[in-house]
Design a protein around this ligand. Structure first.
Ligand code: COA
Length: 331
């Protein structure tokens, strides 16, 4: 089985993170935690926080502008915008529509995709499928989160983990032999309640009482999510490699979802990848959910760590529970 009939890949990336830094030392003054605990259990040193008035659509727009510039395209060249997020500006319109208006991408269809931390990889796969089918030529994929607004800043189990930011990629046809070669995506809804925001949808609309009970914030069974992540990360990459007809030792670079360095190390060990092949920026940003791989990919590209012809794997996991991975030859 091959993934696509046409060569489809990423032709430009961009990212944006807010300036405000919240360090572990800052958190020590807010909840009963310590820099040592956070670093030892998660690898996180600091995270970025969006100021009031800066929303998901604003950060997504900034990241998108940089991706368009890198791809040498204008907003008018974009046929579709997919925004992966769990912290969009509003229920409707979608954040993708707000970004479409901000950019002036008047020819683009626009929609949000909900797959939490796997959302960016789900969206890349969706974009490449549209292009492969001949429906669109250029698709703008964005992962963005303002998790600081759905985190309970009194809950040390969760508030130390998350951060805000955005990353974008332009997906288009590429030179033969390059681009997306293999993918894997899946879900296990039976584990959905291990990582959820109970109130905010239509089942439990947010009321003052529900807010006071903390139901509008992220609730997480950390240990269950940890076990799921460790079990899933290596497995999903191996499946994508199989579709790409590639062996693990042919991989040059791995960009995992940035949630926890222990989870990343366990996936890297399972794949027998040496440290130099694994990209980690988690200490700077924490877990930015759908934005995490998107920001990491842009940083790796801009730092010159990815070269044309490199075999790259990206893999995400998260709420749903969901997972997704992609193997591509960088172009
Ligand atoms: N500071 C200090 N202590 C903390 C703490 C914090 N920020 N958060 C939790 N603790 C405490 C707990 O209360 C517990 O105390 P107790 O033993 O007195 O009850 C103790 O530390 C151990 O908690 P535990 O949950 O067993 O820690 P852990 O080793 O499993 O690490 C996580 C917790 C959250 C770091 C880890 O489970 C994890 O990373 N899970 C995956 C989370 C994730 O990736 N989520 C996003 C998915 S996209």
């Amino acid at each position: 089985m091959t993934m696509l009939n046409k060569p489809v890949g990423i032709i430009g990336t961009g990212s944006y993170v807010p300036e405000k830094v919240l360090t572990n030392a800052d958190l020590e003054t807010m909840v009963d935690t310590s820099d040592a605990w956070i670093q030892e259990r998660t690898g996180i040193k600091e995270r970025r926080i969006a100021p009031e008035g800066v929303n998901a659509s604003d950060m997504a727009t900034e990241a998108a502008k940089k991706a368009l510039e890198a791809a040498k395209l204008t907003a008018e060249d974009i046929d579709c915008i997919i925004v992966a997020t769990l912290t969009g500006d509003m229920a409707i319109p979608s954040t993708a529509c707000l970004v479409q208006a901000n950019l002036g991408a008047t020819k683009a269809a626009a929609f949000d995709l909900s797959a939490a931390c796997s959302g960016y990889v789900y969206s890349l796969i969706t974009a490449s499928s549209y292009i492969n089918a001949g429906l669109f030529k250029n698709v703008l994929v964005i992962g963005v989160e303002v998790l600081s607004r759905v985190v309970n800043w009194e809950d040390r189990n969760t508030c130390v983990l998350f951060g805000d930011g955005a990353g974008a990629a332009v997906v288009s046809t590429v030179e033969a032999g390059y681009g997306m070669l293999g993918m894997d995506m899946g879900a296990d809804g039976s584990g959905g309640m291990h990582l959820c925001i109970p109130s905010g949808g239509t089942a439990l609309p947010p009321t003052t009482e529900r807010r006071e009970e903390g139901l509008t914030f992220i609730h997480m069974n950390g240990q269950e999510v940890y076990k799921f992540a460790v079990k899933t990360m290596g497995k999903t990459v191996l499946k994508a490699l199989e579709m790409a007809n590639m062996k693990v030792d042919e991989l040059d670079f791995f960009i995992p979802h940035q949630a926890n360095t222990r989870i990343i190390k366990s996936a890297a060990d399972r794949l027998h990848l040496t440290e130099d092949k694994v990209f980690i920026n988690l200490p700077k940003y924490g877990n930015t959910s759908a934005a995490s791989i998107a920001i990491a990919l842009d940083e790796a590209v801009r730092a010159g760590q990815l070269q044309k012809g490199d075999n790259l794997a990206v893999a995400g996991f998260g709420a749903g529970l969901t997972w997704a991975s992609l193997v591509m030859k960088w172009c």
